[in-house]
Design a protein around this ligand. Structure first.
Ligand SMILES: Cc1cc2nc3c(=O)[nH]c(=O)nc-3n(C[C@H](O)[C@H](O)[C@H](O)COP(=O)(O)O)c2cc1C
Length: 174
C-alpha cells in the first residue's frame, strides 16, 4: 500500500492500458474513496457511471475528440455532477452544520435562501460551484486506484453535445 506522499509523487496520467479486466471489488473500493471526499455542506453532488461496454467506450472516445486511449481502457468512469442533489444536499448539510453549532443560525438561513435562489440558475452559474466538489472526489479515485496498480487519466477534453451525455446518463442509457 502506498503512502499518500508516495501516491502523490508517483501519480502520472496513464494513456496506455493493459487489457486485463478490473475486479469489481476494486471498483467498489475506488468508488468508496470518492464517496468519502469532502464537499461543501456535505452535499456530495458527484455521480459516477462505470462503463465497460466496448461500444459505449468507443462513443465516449469519439466524443472526446477521438482520444482513442479512452476506448482502450478496461474501465471508463464518467464523472457527473447532480445539480438537484447539490442544491438539496446543501440545504440539508447546512442545517446539520447549524445543529452541531458549527455555523450560526443566520448563516444557515442565508445559505438555505441562496440554495433556493439558485434553483433557477443555469449551468454557467452552478457549474463552477459544483465542479470543485466533484473534482476532489475524482482525484480520490485517481489516487486510490493506484493502490490496486491501476493507472488513469483525467479527460476533460470532451464534447458533451456530441454524445448528448446528460440525456444518456439521466435516462440510464449509458
Ligand atoms: C481537469 C483535467 C482535464 C484533463 N483532460 C485531459 C484530456 O482530455 N486528455 C488527456 O489526455 N489528458 C487530460 N488531462 C491530463 C493532463 O494532461 C495531465 O494531468 C498533465 O499533462 C500533467 O501530467 P501528469 O498527470 O502525468 O502529471 C487532464 C487533467 C485534468 C486535471
Amino acid at each position: 500500500m502506498l503512502t499518500t506522499k508516495e501516491a502523490i509523487e508517483k501519480r502520472r496520467s496513464i494513456r496506455r492500458y493493459k487489457p486485463d479486466s478490473i475486479p469489481y471489488e476494486h471498483i467498489e473500493e475506488i468508488l468508496d474513496s470518492a464517496r468519502l471526499a469532502p464537499s461543501g455542506c456535505n452535499a456530495q453532488p458527484w455521480r459516477f457511471k462505470i462503463v465497460t461496454e466496448e461500444d459505449v467506450k468507443v462513443k465516449l472516445a469519439q466524443s472526446a475528440f477521438n482520444q482513442s486511449f479512452i476506448a482502450a481502457a478496461p474501465v471508463v468512469i464518467v464523472c457527473c455532477a447532480d445539480i438537484k442533489g447539490y442544491l438539496e444536499g446543501t440545504v440539508s448539510g447546512i442545517q446539520d452544520l447549524g445543529n452541531i453549532g458549527a455555523v450560526e443560525d443566520r448563516i444557515v438561513s442565508t445559505i438555505k435562501d441562496r440554495a433556493s435562489a439558485l434553483e433557477t440558475a443555469g449551468i454557467s452559474e452552478l457549474g463552477p460551484r459544483i465542479a470543485a466538489n466533484v473534482a476532489i472526489a475524482i482525484e480520490h479515485i485517481v489516487l486510490r486506484a493506484m493502490d490496486f496498480g491501476i493507472g488513469s487519466c483525467w479527460v476533460r477534453l470532451f464534447d458533451e453535445q456530441k454524445m448528448n451525455l446528460k440525456t444518456a446518463v439521466e435516462n440510464n442509457k449509458l
